[in-house]
Design a protein around this ligand. Structure first.
Ligand code: MRU
Length: 356
C-alpha cells in the first residue's frame, strides 16, 4: 500500500540479506523500518508485536527460518529456529502453517541447498499472501457493491471493523480492509467505523492506514458499535481472524464476539475475511483454540501512565471466539463461502514439497 505516496510492503528482503519490517510499535506516531538480521531477532519482533496480525506473523516466521538457514543450515539450526519461532505467539495459526511449510521443504534437502531454498520459499509465502489478499479484496468489494446498490446517490456504505486487519497485519492489502481498498478503487463510497481495540489500540493502526489512503473513517470506543448498529448506522461488519476451526468458529481480537452478537441482534451482516492459511483443519471447534493471555500491564497502563497499580488483578485475554452461527459468511481468496465446509481441505493444506 502507499505510505507518503510510495508503495511499501510490511516485510521485504533487502539486497544485503537482511529483512526489513515496519516497527508497528512506533505507529501511528512514526513510520519506522527496522532491519532484522537473525532468526532470534525475528522471533523477538513477533513476540514484541513489532510485527503482528496473523498473515504477517506467518510470513515473518518464514523469513526467520530463511535467516537461520543463511547463517547455519544444519538440522540443529533448523529445529532450533522453528522451535523458537513457534513459541512466540500462540493463537495465530499462520505461524505454524508457515513453519510447517518451511520444514516440509527444507528437512529433506542437503545442507548446501537449504539457504537458497528457504529464501525462495519465504519470498513465495510473502507473494502468495499478497495475491490471496487481493483476491479477498475482489470478493469483498463485490459484497460492498451490492450494499452500495441499496443506497441513495452519494450515500456511503458504513463498514465497522475491529482490530487491525489491514495491510499492516499482512504482507500487503490486508484481509478485512482489502475489500475497502478495492471498493474505493471501483469508485464506491465507503465510510469505516474503526473500533479503538483496547488495550493495544490496533484501531490506531487501522485509522492510520485509512488516512494514508484517504478513506473516510471515524474512530469509536470499543463499546460504541452496538449502539451505532441500533441506530442503523452500520451496514456491514467485516473483521479478520487469527485462527478458524474446522467447524467455522473464529478466533479474532478480543471484542470481536460482542460485535457479532450485536450484529445478529440488529440484522447487520457479519463477515470474516479468511485467507485459507488461517484455517486450522486439525481443530474441530473454537473451544479448542488456545487463547493468548497477555501481560496485565497492557491494561494497567494507558499511554505509559499507570491507571491501576500493579497490585490490581488484571485479566487480559488477547482473543475471543465467535461461533459460526453468528457469522454471515467467510470472504476467502477462493470466493465467498457461506459455510467453511464448502472448501476442499486438501487444497488448503501447506503442500508437501518433494526433495529437490
Ligand atoms: O494481537 P494482534 O494485533 O496480532 O491481533 C491481530 C488480529 O486479531 C487481526 O484481526 C487478525 O490477525 C487479522 S490480521 C489481517
Amino acid at each position: 500500500m502507499q505510505v507518503n505516496g510510495h508503495h511499501q510492503r510490511t516485510i521485504q528482503a533487502r539486497t544485503d540479506g537482511r529483512i526489513s519490517i515496519i516497527d508497528q510499535t512506533c505507529l501511528p506516531q512514526a513510520y519506522t523500518r527496522v532491519s532484522i538480521q537473525t532468526s532470534d531477532e525475528m522471533a523477538r519482533a513477533i513476540r514484541n508485536m513489532q510485527v503482528r496480525g496473523a498473515p504477517l506473523i506467518g510470513a515473518a516466521a518464514a523469513w526467520g527460518v530463511a535467516l537461520a538457514m543463511a547463517e547455519q543450515a544444519d538440522d540443529e539450526s533448523l529445529a532450533k529456529a522453528i522451535a523458537e519461532l513457534a513459541n512466540t505467539r500462540p493463537t495465530a495459526v499462520n505461524l505454524h502453517w508457515a513453519l510447517k511449510r518451511m520444514q516440509t521443504l527444507l528437512q529433506p534437502l542437503s545442507e548446501i541447498k537449504r539457504a537458497e531454498a528457504a529464501w525462495k520459499e519465504a519470498q513465495a509465502i510473502s507473494d502468495e499472501d499478497v495475491a490471496s489478499n487481493r483476491a479477498i479484496g475482489e470478493t469483498g468489494a463485490a459484497l460492498i457493491e451490492e450494499l452500495a446498490a441499496e443506497k441513495s446517490d452519494g450515500e456511503a456504505v458504513n463498514i465497522l471493523t475491529h482490530c487491525n486487519a489491514g495491510w499492516l497485519g499482512t504482507v500487503d492489502y490486508g484481509t478485512a480492509l482489502a475489500p475497502i481498498w478495492l471498493a474505493t478503487e471501483r469508485g464506491l463510497k465507503v465510510h469505516v467505523w474503526v473500533d479503538e481495540t483496547r488495550p493495544r489500540c490496533q484501531g490506531a493502526l487501522t485509522a492510520w492506514e485509512l488516512r494514508q489512503q484517504g478513506i473516510p473513517h471515524t474512530v469509536i470506543v470499543d463499546n460504541a458499535g452496538g449502539h451505532l448498529m441500533q441506530q442503523g448506522k452500520v451496514d456491514v461488519v467485516i473483521v479478520g481472524c487469527d485462527r478458524v476451526a474446522a467447524n467455522g468458529d473464529v478466533a479474532n481480537k478480543i471484542g470481536t464476539y460482542l460485535k457479532a452478537l450485536a450484529a445478529r441482534d440488529n440484522n447487520v451482516p457479519f463477515f470474516v475475511a479468511v485467507p485459507t492459511s488461517t484455517i486450522d483443519w486439525d481443530i474441530e471447534s473454537g473451544e479448542d483454540i488456545l487463547i493468548e493471555e497477555r501481560n496485565g500491564d497492557e491494561v494497567r497502563q494507558l499511554n505509559g501512565v499507570e491507571v491501576y497499580p500493579s497490585v490490581t488483578e488484571v485479566s487480559n485475554p488477547g482473543f475471543d471466539i465467535t461461533r459460526t452461527r453468528l457469522i454471515t459468511g467467510y470472504i476467502s481468496e477462493r470466493g465467498l463461502l457461506r459455510k467453511l465446509s464448502d472448501l476442499d481441505v486438501e487444497e488448503t493444506e501447506p503442500a508437501e514439497v518433494a526433495a529437490a
